[in-house]
Design a protein around this ligand. Structure first.
Ligand SMILES: Cc1ncc(COP(=O)(O)O)c(C=O)c1O
Length: 386
């Protein structure tokens, strides 16, 4: 109908608040002036609570994968042994990056849809005592599983000195995160998910143990050299040309987050997760992630007797509703609903209502209205909006 009215319910990129959109239209400025100093200083202060850290957060022009790659090349050298916890496509990506840089990669794989168990990590660390770093994914976007980072970190610390590096690309901004308290050494995020800005900014928080390793690591790197970013940040610059428009966007999105209140933002994500899960369960659509590990930002389900791709195509062509499909071996078998960032309980009700039409139109025997009613029930029991 109206192509500009796309209903974007994929797990990133996510819709952008109007204030973020207009902030990015500001005229260009030089990247070595006081305006940039102030902008970087202000963003620094305000982004830390989303990571649960007092440490600096480096801002690098690049997408989430740039942050993953940078985290690898800054901390380990070719030939060193690393452990990668793989619970889906993004854990797999971390492992592939480590392979590409010549690490001796040990993979701890769990079936897609499961979370990694701390006991299994302990076992791996006992078996391979020379592991230098453990790489893991907080929200595994491909399966909508939220790995228990606090418990995993505790298990690692009890057994090993290895660095702990977490991919928080699809969790940071929408999921309570306590990097310092949990003892995570490096946490990475991307701008286009719960942070409600366009793709293109990689955010990397680094703790003291992380810096110690980075300082002695001899592995070659240039554009992604964290030491260069730290040195520039001391003077509130970036080492290369600043992605100014994206910073304007991030600054505006942090204002939106602060206005709502960080804790309220997390509660809203919790509520949207619970509404979505309740609706899908009421429609007898099996969820990939168990309740305990269900991500706050994305929910994956199996439409089973209906072709996932046909369902997505129907919803896109009929209502301009975009849902995500499965990745790798889950391609065509799962549908993923993104519910993060600039997204509200009202958006969830709309999505579920349209999904019900799609399911019925494609011949699935559902009781239309059951999903919406279940989501409404959750809202009425737990709703935070007055
Ligand atoms: C958990 C996770 N890690 C990494 C990435 C890669 O980010 P990008 O596509 O921005 O490079 C994504 C993107 O979906 C993600 O969800």
């Amino acid at each position: 109908m109206f192509p500009e009215q796309t209903i974007l319910r994929i797990p990133g990129p996510t819709p952008i608040p109007p204030s973020v959109q207009s902030a990015m239209q500001r005229p260009m400025i030089g990247h070595r002036g006081t305006e940039i100093n102030e902008l970087l200083q202000s963003i620094q202060k305000r982004i830390k609570p989303l990571f649960g850290t007092k440490e600096d957060v480096l801002l690098i022009a690049g997408t989430g994968t740039a942050a993953l790659e940078a985290a690898v090349e800054n901390t380990v050298s070719a030939g060193e042994e690393v452990l990668v916890l793989v619970s889906g496509a993004f854990g797999d990506r971390f492992a592939k990056i480590c392979d590409a840089f010549g690490m001796n990669v040990r993979r701890l794989e769990v079936p897609w849809g499961d979370a990694v168990r701390p006991g299994d990590v302990t076992e791996q660390l006992k078996k391979y005592p020379h592991i230098k770093a453990v790489f893991m994914t907080h929200c595994e976007t491909s399966t909508s599983v939220l790995n228990p980072i606090e418990k995993l970190t505790k298990a690692i610390r009890a057994e090993s000195d290895a660095l702990i590096i977490v991919d928080g690309v699809s969790s940071i901004g929408g999921t309570p995160t306590y990097m310092d308290e949990w003892g995570v050494d490096i946490y990475v995020a991307g701008s286009q998910k719960a942070l409600m800005a366009p793709a293109g900014l990689a955010c990397v928080a680094i703790g003291p143990r992380g810096w110690k390793r980075i300082e002695v690591n001899k592995a070659p790197r240039f554009y992604f050299d964290f030491l260069a970013y730290r040195k520039s940040l001391e003077r509130n610059f970036t080492p290369f040309t600043t992605a100014i428009s994206l910073l304007y966007g991030l600054d505006a999105s942090l204002k939106v987050i602060e206005k709502e209140g960080v804790d309220v933002v997390f509660e809203r994500h919790h509520l949207m997760r619970d509404m979505t899960r309740a609706a899908l369960e009421a429609l007898d659509l099996p969820l990939l992630a168990e309740e305990e590990f269900g991500a706050l930002t994305v929910t994956a389900f199996k439409p089973y007797d209906i072709d996932a791709e046909k369902l997505r195509t129907y919803l896109r062509e009929t209502f301009s509703l975009q849902l995500a499909g499965g990745q790798q071996h889950l391609d065509g078998r799962v549908v993923r609903i993104g519910h993060m960032g600039y997204c509200t309980p009202a958006d969830i009700l709309q999505t579920i209502s349209l999904l019900e039409i799609g399911l019925e139109a494609l011949g699935k025997n559902i009781k239309r209205g059951n999903g919406v009613a279940a989501a409404q029930d959750v809202y009425l029991r737990k709703g935070i909006e007055k």
